[in-house]
Design a protein around this ligand. Structure first.
Ligand code: NIG
Ligand code: FE
Length: 425
C-alpha cells in the first residue's frame, strides 16, 4: 500500500502507548512501549501503523521514507503547564535572586508576576505574539509538539483578552498546538491592593464570562480543544476560599479545572481542587504526604515542576518518587515563564526530575508524553505513537531513549514531525 510517510529501522521505537488514553501510574509508568527495530506508518498526518520495522516495510511503500537506523523514535512532548505568552523578561530579578533575594520577597516588593503584567499591558498584541513565537520555536526544537498556555500576565479584562487573542494567533500560525487556560487569578494587580475579594469578583463576574465568549468563537472550541481555568492558590496570591470561587465559577461556565497548589505554602488548595474534579494539580512542592492518597485515588494528574526548584536554586523538590510510589499519575512540565522557570526544554525537566526526584528515565518520559497529555485532558488524542493519533513524532540523535534524561544541556532532537510534516530537521 502506498502511503505518505514511513519511518523505519529505528534502534528504538518508544510508543508511550496507554490503554484508551488513560494516565499511567505506579509500575506502569516504567512501560514506555519499547520496540527494537521499529517503525511508524503515516497517512494524511495520522499514524496508521506502528511496530516492527520489517513488517511495515513489507506492507507499505511511501512517498517519503526515513531510515532511522541508530536513532530513537518517540512521541512529541506535551508541555502541560506553561506561561509562555508574555512580553519582556525578568533578568534583573534573576540577578537579585543570585544576590540573595527570594522569589517571594521579590513578589511581595511588587516585582515578579506584576512586573511582567506591566510589560504585557504596554505591549501590543503583535509584540506579544512575536516575542512568544520565538520561545515556541525554541520549545519545538527541543521536541515539544503540544503545549498548554495560561493567561495571567494581563490581570485586567482587556489585557487578559489580549493574551487569549495571542494564544489563538499563535495556535493558528505555529506548528505547536496550544491548549488555552484562563488564569486571571494569577496575581493581584496593584490597583486592587488590599482588595483581593473585589478582584476575585472581577475575575468571576467579568473576565471569566468574556473569556468564555472568546473561547466559544475560537478555533479551540471548533476543534474540540478544552479550555481550562487555573488559579494561583498561595500566600499573597489567592487563599483557598478565593481560589474555590474562581474555579467553581469557571467550572459552572463549562471550563475544566487546574490549580497551582502547594508551591511555597500548604494552604489546603489541593483537597479543594481534587474535590472539584481538577484535571491536574500543579507544583505540589510542599504537599503534606498524607494528601498523596487523595490524589492517587482520583483521576487528577499531579504535575511536578522541578525546573522551578532548580531555577530558584532550591535544594527542595517535590518528592516525585514517593508520589509515584503512592500511586499518583505524575506529569512533568517546564512551566516556561519569565520568572520561576525560563526553560523551553522538556528533556531538561526530565533530567532534573531524574536526579532530584528520583524518577527513572522511563518514568520521566511517560510523565512528559502520555501522562502530560492526560494533564491537559487530551490523553485519548495525543501523547503517544498509536494508530489513529496525529503523527507528532521525534527522531532523536541517540540509540537509547534514556539519554533524554541522562544527557543535559544539549539537544538530542534531530527532527520533529507535526501531523506527519517535518517542522524541525
Ligand atoms: O507556575 N506560581 C505561579 N506562577 C508561575 C510563575 C510565574 C512567574 O513567576 O511569572 C509558576 O511558577
Ligand atoms: Fe505556573
Amino acid at each position: 500500500m502506498q502511503i505518505d510517510l514511513l519511518i523505519h529501522s529505528a534502534a528504538q521505537l518508544v510508543t508511550c502507548a496507554a490503554q484508551e488514553g488513560t494516565a499511567k501510574r505506579g509500575a506502569m509508568m516504567r512501560d514506555v512501549g519499547l520496540i527494537q527495530d521499529g517503525g511508524v506508518a503515516v497517512q494524511d498526518g495520522v499514524i496508521i501503523a506502528a511496530g516492527a520495522s520489517a513488517q511495515l516495510c513489507a506492507e507499505y511503500t511511501a512517498a517519503r521514507t526515513i531510515d532511522a537506523a541508530g536513532k530513537v523514535v518517540c512521541p512529541g512532548f506535551v508541555d502541560p503547564h506553561t506561561h509562555v505568552v508574555y512580553a519582556g523578561n525578568r533578568i534583573d530579578e534573576f540577578e537579585m535572586r543570585i544576590s540573595g533575594a527570594s522569589y517571594m520577597e521579590i513578589m511581595e516588593a511588587g516585582g515578579g508576576i506584576v512586573s511582567t503584567m506591566e510589560a504585557v499591558r504596554t505591549a501590543s498584541l503583535g509584540q506579544i505574539v512575536e516575542q512568544t513565537r520565538a520561545r515556541l520555536d525554541n520549545m519545538l526544537r527541543h521536541g515539544t509538539t503540544t503545549a498548554e498556555v495560561k493567561t495571567g500576565y494581563g490581570l485586567d479584562t482587556a489585557s487578559e483578552l489580549k493574551l487569549l487573542a495571542a494564544v489563538e494567533t499563535l495556535d493558528a500560525s505555529h506548528p505547536i498546538d496550544l491548549i488555552p487556560t484562563f488564569m486571571g487569578a494569577h496575581a493581584l494587580p496593584p490597583e486592587y491592593a488590599g482588595c483581593t475579594d473585589d478582584y476575585v469578583t472581577l475575575v468571576v463576574e467579568e473576565m471569566l464570562p468574556q473569556a468564555v465568549i472568546w473561547y466559544q468563537q475560537s478555533r479551540f472550541a471548533e476543534r474540540g480543544v478544552p479550555f481550562f481555568v487555573d488559579v494561583f492558590c498561595e500566600q499573597n496570591a489567592f487563599d483557598v476560599a478565593q481560589s474555590r470561587r474562581v474555579l467553581e465559577a469557571g467550572k459552572a461556565l463549562g471550563l475544566q479545572v487546574k490549580a497551582h497548589v502547594d508551591e511555597f505554602t500548604p494552604l489546603g488548595g489541593l483537597r479543594m481542587a481534587v474535590e472539584l474534579g481538577a484535571v491536574s494539580v500543579d507544583h505540589l512542592d510542599v504537599t503534606p504526604p498524607d494528601e498523596f492518597a487523595l490524589i492517587a485515588a482520583s483521576d487528577t494528574i499531579g504535575v511536578i515542576i522541578p525546573t522551578v526548584n532548580f531555577n530558584l536554586g532550591s535544594a527542595h523538590f517535590a518528592p516525585g518518587r514517593a508520589m509515584l510510589d503512592a500511586g499518583i499519575a505524575l506529569a512533568l512540565t517546564t512551566d516556561i515563564n519569565p520568572g520561576s522557570a525560563p526553560c523551553p526544554s522538556m528533556p531538561m525537566a526530565m533530567a532534573i526530575a531524574c536526579r532530584y526526584q528520583h524518577l527513572l528515565p522511563s518514568e520521566a518520559l511517560t510523565a512528559s508524553t502520555i501522562n502530560a497529555a492526560c494533564a491537559v485532558g487530551m490523553g485519548a488524542r495525543i501523547g503517544s505513537i498509536e494508530v489513529g493519533k496525529p503523527a507528532d513524532i521525534l527522531i532523536l540523535n541517540t540509540s537509547d531513549y534514556r539519554y533524554l534524561a541522562y544527557q543535559f544541556g544539549g539537544n538530542l532532537v534531530e527532527s520533529v514531525y507535526k501531523r506527519g510534516e517535518m517542522v524541525v530537521g
